[in-house]
Design a protein around this ligand. Structure first.
Ligand SMILES: C[S@@+](CC[C@H](N)C(=O)[O-])C[C@H]1O[C@@H](n2cnc3c(N)ncnc32)[C@H](O)[C@@H]1O
Length: 260
């Protein structure tokens, strides 16, 4: 039930689709709540028909024969994660593709190189930041550095379709193999589409794949770049090209602000 007077506006925006509830909290009068009426929660990427079609496996990439968890000698282990699944070195995360183990790998489901593919269990909530920035996302618990917190989901559309979308606010570029695609999370996505920009962000976005095919789908995955305390706002850097298309100033408040 959506009402401006309630502090807890929605108990769980995900409707049980996540491993944690995604409450929407409003303490700012006159916030625009219409976004939640039209919003379809999608814990995974979907295509315009509402489903992510199976893509044929053209040529299989490497799959490992490890028993239990892969170690550093395993060819498909990215070396990005520690044995407990936390990112080792945030600079390495910014490589072309973080390759996780895939369906053909013989390692266990609990292998330390299967992290983003299993989804996050780090609780987040959507809150009313202010009337100018709108809604934002904050942590419901303390989170260590290097932890996977979610994937940018929404409709997966091709370049022609993306060019026809009038609102570019929620467009995020990705690719399948060599072909570029766009994720649009305006009407359909998960909590990550409410994450605001900061010029001093606490979360980094990496290209991650767990496909067994050479024609891999690149997932846009979010990892904490420092320790995040309970109730701290989650922020990412939207990048120069996003800001180039906008006619308003950044309100991140950081002393490092680049888009004032
Ligand atoms: C991807 S959405 C983030 C969620 C959004 N706050 C909402 O309520 O739906 C991006 C929009 O949020 C606002 N926003 C995010 N970060 C901002 C910032 N640093 N300064 C000003 N506006 C920001 C702008 O309106 C921007 O178009």
């Amino acid at each position: 039930m959506i009402s401006d007077e309630n502090i807890l506006l929605i108990e769980d925006l995900s409707n049980g689709a996540e491993r944690f509830s995604v409450p929407v909290i409003c303490t700012v009068p006159k916030m625009d709540t219409s976004v939640f009426r039209d919003f379809k929660y999608a814990p995974r990427l979907i295509d315009v028909s509402g489903h992510l079609k199976n893509r044929p496996v053209s040529k299989k990439i490497y799959s490992c024969r490890c028993y239990g968890s892969c170690d550093v000698n395993c060819q498909c282990a990215s070396g990005i994660y520690t044995k407990t699944g936390v990112v080792n070195n945030m600079d390495h995360l910014m490589c072309d593709i973080v390759q996780e183990c895939n369906d053909y790998c013989e390692c266990a489901l609990w292998c330390g190189n299967r992290i983003a593919q299993k989804g996050s269990n780090i609780s987040m909530e959507i809150f009313a930041r202010d009337l100018k920035c709108g809604w934002g996302v904050r942590a419901k618990m303390n989170i260590p550095k290097g932890v996977y917190i979610g994937e940018y989901t929404g409709e997966l559309i091709d370049d022609d379709e993306a060019a026809m979308r009038s609102d570019t606010t929620f467009l995020f570029e990705t690719r399948i193999g060599e072909q570029t695609y766009t994720i649009d999370a305006k009407y359909c996505g998960n909590y990550t589409r409410f994450i605001n920009h900061s010029c001093n962000p606490n979360v980094k976005v990496a290209n991650v794949s767990w496909d067994q095919s050479e024609n891999q789908l690149i997932h846009m995955c979010f990892y904490t770049d420092r320790i995040i305390m309970k109730n701290e706002e989650i922020t990412i850097d939207y990048g120069d090209s996003w800001w180039a298309a906008k006619k308003f100033a950044c309100l991140c408040g950081s002393s490092k602000c680049k888009y004032q």
